[in-house]
Design a protein around this ligand. Structure first.
Ligand code: EPZ
Length: 428
């Protein structure tokens, strides 16, 4: 088993390049199942959710090969329907995009229910609502979601809430449907726009992505293409927050500043300086970092995926801060780990209350989930002493080479291998 060991207390200084977006790459990788040809995808991050997705697609007949470290060729000409590996599918969340692409290509889909970070119940009722509107007869039993139809047919869909996954899944299914689909109350995240742009590069006719109304004119066939994934706005935001938490100054490159606006605004509000360039931001902490209140919202609001990292930063701010988690019912498991490090933090309903100003202290902690793991890394970077972080595979699901990137900014950080957990003592 591996752990991350951090000796904190040093400000981060220097320059770091951000990788491609995991949450943009996943729908695009699964959308390539619609294409009977070769797609070359650039700026793909080397993270385990992506590697798992490649294994899932190889298992149904896709031919996938690496052309360069972050460039992959995917050929789904010969993929077969309904045969994806159940255990691999349930190990991540993004595998559920296979539903939309199998349905769109074959008129039929059979995929195990997805997994992903444990934030409480993560329903897929909006996905199902969309598939049924497109003419699918959806059943969920035995741990599988199955869609039967005579082929997807365009429809008007009004989502009950802003769902990134449902918007993407239905957009993928509708790309080659018979007729026009209009998705109302669509999610506006940059990765929705990225997937629409990828599909249009393959010959789809999608307009309105990035707004809350997306129009998809179904086309008969899609052709292969070469496409570069957008930079990861959450990785970028994580490094921005880590810079301020350690009172450092870092230039973060390969970003789209517009995608970071809500995080930038918050960091300026609490006393940091953020200078924007075409494809970079220069973040410099202020001497005094002030408290604030945050509410997580769908894009362009403050991202829920930045909530745990921001909590770690606000532990170092002066005063009492609040984070209102409006998206997920239970994204608070990281709080217990920060408390182990001396944080004065508690959860009141869906509000995290943070009393800043008390220096954190090093302690053995774990990554409770992907972003919770980065929150404890940021906390560890702020305090002198040795912090060991366990369950780091959860961090490696979504951050490409995070230790090397932080080390290049002056962090004293390394990975160590320790014997696997001692098996639970057997009854005599
Ligand atoms: C995607 O999850 C991301 N995951 C999440 O990132 C991110 O937090 C989330 O979008 C919001 O931005 C991937 O892209 C793989 P949703 P998703 O559908 O698609 C409810 C990370 O850290 N909902 O927008 O599951 C749902 O319970 C991960 O990278 C329904 O009720 O998010 C939640 O409360 C964590 N019914 C809210 O909507 C549905 O059918 C938003 O979920 C679908 C969702």
């Amino acid at each position: 088993m591996e752990k991350i060991v951090i000796n904190g207390g040093n400000p981060l200084f220097g320059q770091v390049e951000i990788s491609g977006s995991k949450n943009a790459a996943l729908p695009i990788i699964y959308a390539s199942v619609l294409v009977k040809g070769k797609c070359v995808l650039e700026n793909i991050p080397d993270v385990s959710d992506i590697r798992t997705s490649f294994e899932i697609l190889r298992g149904i007949g896709a031919k996938i090969r690496m052309l360069a470290r972050n460039t992959w060729e995917i050929n789904c000409t010969d993929v077969i329907c309904g045969e994806s590996d159940y255990e691999l599918v349930r190990s991540i969340r993004g595998s559920y995009y296979l539903l939309g692409s199998e349905f769109g290509r074959f008129g039929h889909a059979k995929v195990g229910l997805p997994g992903g970070c444990n934030f409480g119940v993560r329903p897929i009722d909006q996905h199902i609502k969309g598939f049924e509107a497109l003419g699918g007869r959806v059943s969920t039993e035995g741990g599988y979601v199955e869609i039967e139809s005579e082929g997807a047919v365009g429809a008007n869909i009004f989502f009950d809430l802003s769902s990134v996954g449902a918007t993407l899944n239905v957009m993928i299914a509708a790309a080659t449907a018979d007729g026009v689909t209009v998705i109302d109350n669509a999610a506006r995240e940059p990765h929705v726009v990225d997937c629409a742009n990828f599909l249009n590069t393959c010959g789809a006719q999608i307009s309105g992505a990035g707004s809350d109304v997306i129009k998809i004119k179904g086309v008969k066939e899609l052709h292969g293409c070469t496409y570069a994934i957008i930079p990861d706005m959450i990785e970028a935001g994580s490094f921005m927050v880590a810079t301020v938490a350690t009172r450092g100054s870092v230039k973060i490159t390969n970003v789209i500043p517009k995608h970071l606006e809500s995080v930038t605004a918050k960091l300026i509000e609490i006393g940091a300086d953020v200078e924007e360039f075409d494809d970079a931001v220069m973040v410099t902490s202020g001497e005094h970092i002030r408290r604030t209140s945050v509410k997580t919202l769908p894009y362009p609001g403050f991202p829920t995926d930045m909530h745990p990292q921001m909590a770690a930063l606000l532990c170092t701010a002066e005063g009492t801060s609040y984070i209102n988690e409006s998206i997920f019912e239970n994204r608070f498991r990281y709080v217990e780990e920060l408390r182990r490090m001396g944080a004065k933090i508690k959860v009141d309903g869906r509000i995290v209350v943070i009393e800043g100003g008390t220096p954190l202290t090093a302690a053995p902690v774990i990554a409770t989930d992907l972003r919770g793991g980065v929150a404890v890394m940021i906390a560890a970077l702020t305090c002198p002493g040795t912090t060991e972080i366990g369950q780091i595979r959860l961090i490696e699901r979504g951050y490409d080479d995070i230790c090397a990137k932080l080390r290049s900014l002056g962090a004293d950080i390394k990975k160590i291998t320790v014997p696997d957990e001692i098996p639970f003592p057997q009854a005599n």
